[in-house]
Ligand binder design. Structure first.
Ligand code: FAD
Length: 498
């Protein structure tokens, strides 16, 4: 077993610097880590909404939350509000964390299905502290000193400025020994014996050698695709949006503790509130709308004055056939992209870095390890893909050709099974700890008007009156908790004063 000496990370966007931060923390100076990036090429610079697992990344990487929030103009996020997704005019929230409180052997959502069918349930948001707090624009950290209260279960993520996050991570990584090399890679050198990459060569002629190369070069996939020609599995027939127009605008006094995703005629628009501005972007399908029209839609749906010219971004949804090929591991956009509707890309970076540590190679590069890594990576991509496709498939919009085509499209068998299973008794099967929970799926199903025909038979073990009382008490406790929570904007200003 010959250990590696040098790890070369190609690219300094969110993926590159997250990888550098995590590896420099975990490897404790035992390996040389070099990161090559080009200021001239720049980074994609979007990716401002996250999901709660990022807290774990920041914690393990030793990132102080207050410093991080200050450095990135961060705000807190409790979920995503979807507007116009089921039918035009519909509005629902995918809130993080739990819903209600399970009763005996059955999940809370099953009691909800029964009582809703009887016309005795309230709005789903009334049973979730994340959803209710979002509605009231409130936030606070979980009160772990109150273990029986919903306040202990506040589950949150962040909104932040992606470029500032990369800069913050760079500072931390460099402090932990990562060597940053500025320059444009113009050539990639491969070992004749087995095609492993052995160096990247800069425009200046400088050669940077290593044994493990992590490709964080973004959509271009400099090593994984341009050099190794690994291949890309195209998912545009399921996730047809292929462009985005992004623009920041002036902030407003209310900082919503959630991302908003508003469906338009040929795509949807994100709204991500930061401390100093709001990030906006129109994700659309170029088959149905021109860039000029998409820009006009974006600009006519802003809260304040735009702070820059709209910036176009092109992408193709899908995944690299293998994330790990020879001695190259692709992380971030180089490994695939599922479009940003559920803010999963940064999480995928984090998950990939964690797998790199689990399967950390020596110079032998075991093919069995590589195969296992790729199988796991594929599982994660496919399960998240299904969840995202659901948002498109499950619409009843009769006002736009784009949405009608999405409603009519064929879907992967794995998603079809999930929908069929839910349709009968509201059951949701979560395999191998896949990312999105039963509660997440249930919120999208019901938010987009798919309710089960029946419910779990064991719900009837409880009397109807008992269930009604129990659900009423859950809603009452949630309401009381939200009443004591502070305003989100005020909380952020006190927590990390500028
Ligand atoms: P990039 O940021 O593109 O970085 C690539 C790096 O490679 C750069 O440093 C570049 O200089 C370097 N490079 C490339 N070629 C060379 C070369 N020849 N020589 C030297 N250096 C080179 N994710 C979320 O989690 N939440 C979101 O809300 C979200 N929104 C998104 C919205 C859109 C429209 C898009 C397209 C993506 C979104 N994402 C989101 C995804 C997120 O932006 C990315 O996952 C994240 O920014 C990581 O990007 P990256 O580091 O892989 O690539």
């Amino acid at each position: 077993m010959q250990p590696l000496n040098t790890i070369v990370i190609v690219g300094g966007g969110t993926a590159g610097w997250m990888t550098a931060t995590a590896l420099s923390t975990a490897l404790r100076g035992r390996y040389k880590i070099r990161l090559v990036e080009s200021d001239e090429i720049g980074i994609v610079g979007v990716g401002e909404a996250t999901i709660p697992m990022i807290q774990r990344f920041n914690h393990v990487a030793g990132i102080d939350e207050v410093e991080f929030m200050k450095a990135t103009n961060g705000t807190f996020k409790l979920g995503v509000e979807f507007v116009n997704w089921g039918k035009n005019g519909d509005r629902y929230m995918h809130g993080f964390g739990r819903l209600g409180q399970d009763l005996w052997m059955v999940g809370f959502e099953q009691y909800f299905h029964k009582m809703r069918a009887l016309g005795k349930a309230r709005d789903l948001a009334d049973y979730s502290i994340m959803r209710s707090a979002s509605r009231a624009n409130k936030f606070m950290h979980p009160r772990t000193d109150l273990p029986n209260s919903p306040l202990a279960e506040i589950t949150y993520a962040y909104h932040f400025d992606a470029s500032l996050y990369a800069r913050h991570l760079r500072k931390l990584s460099e402090g932990r020994g990562v060597e940053r090399i500025e320059g444009k890679i113009t050539q990639v050198s491969q070992r004749p014996s087995d095609g492993h990459v052995d160096a990247v060569v800069l425009e200046s002629g400088r050669r940077i050698e290593g044994e493990l190369f992590i490709d964080c070069s973004g959509f271009r996939g400099l090593l994984i695709e341009q050099t190794l020609q690994t291949g890309f599995e195209d998912w545009t027939h399921w996730l047809p949006c292929d462009r985005a127009m992004a623009v920041p605008c002036e902030s407003v006094p209310v900082w919503t503790p959630y991302t908003r995703a508003t469906a338009h005629k040929s795509g949807w628009q994100w709204r991500i509130p930061l401390q100093n501005r709001i990030g906006n972007g129109h994700v659309y399908c170029s088959q149905y709308i021109s860039d000029d029209e998409a820009t006009a839609v974006l600009l006519s749906n802003l809260d304040g004055r735009p702070l820059a010219d709209p910036r176009p971004i092109r992408f193709k949804t899908g995944m690299r056939k293998k994330s790990w090929n020879k001695n190259v591991i692709a992380i971030g956009l180089a490994s695939g992209f599922l479009e940003p509707i559920e803010s999963t890309s940064i999480h995928m970076v984090q998950a990939a870095v964690s797998m790199v540590l689990d399967f950390f190679p020596d110079q032998g590069f075991s093919q069995k390890d590589i195969d296992a890594f790729n199988a796991l990576s594929r599982f994660q991509y496919e399960r998240i893909r299904d969840f995202i496709i659901l948002h498109y498939k499950l619409n009843q919009r009769d006002d736009a050709a784009f949405w009608q085509a999405c409603a009519a499209m064929d879907i992967p068998g794995t998603l079809r099974e999930k929908m069929d299973l839910f349709r009968t008794h509201g059951r949701i099967q979560r395999y191998n700890n896949e990312l999105f929970t039963e509660v997440a799926w249930m919120q999208v199903f019901t938010g987009q008007n798919l309710y089960p025909e029946s419910y779990h038979p064991l719900v009837d073990v409880q009397s109807e009156g008992g269930i009604e009382e129990y659900m009423g008490s859950v809603a009452h406790v949630v309401e009381q908790c939200v009443n004591v929570m502070p305003d989100h904007a005020e909380y952020v200003k006190q927590y990390c004063p500028s």
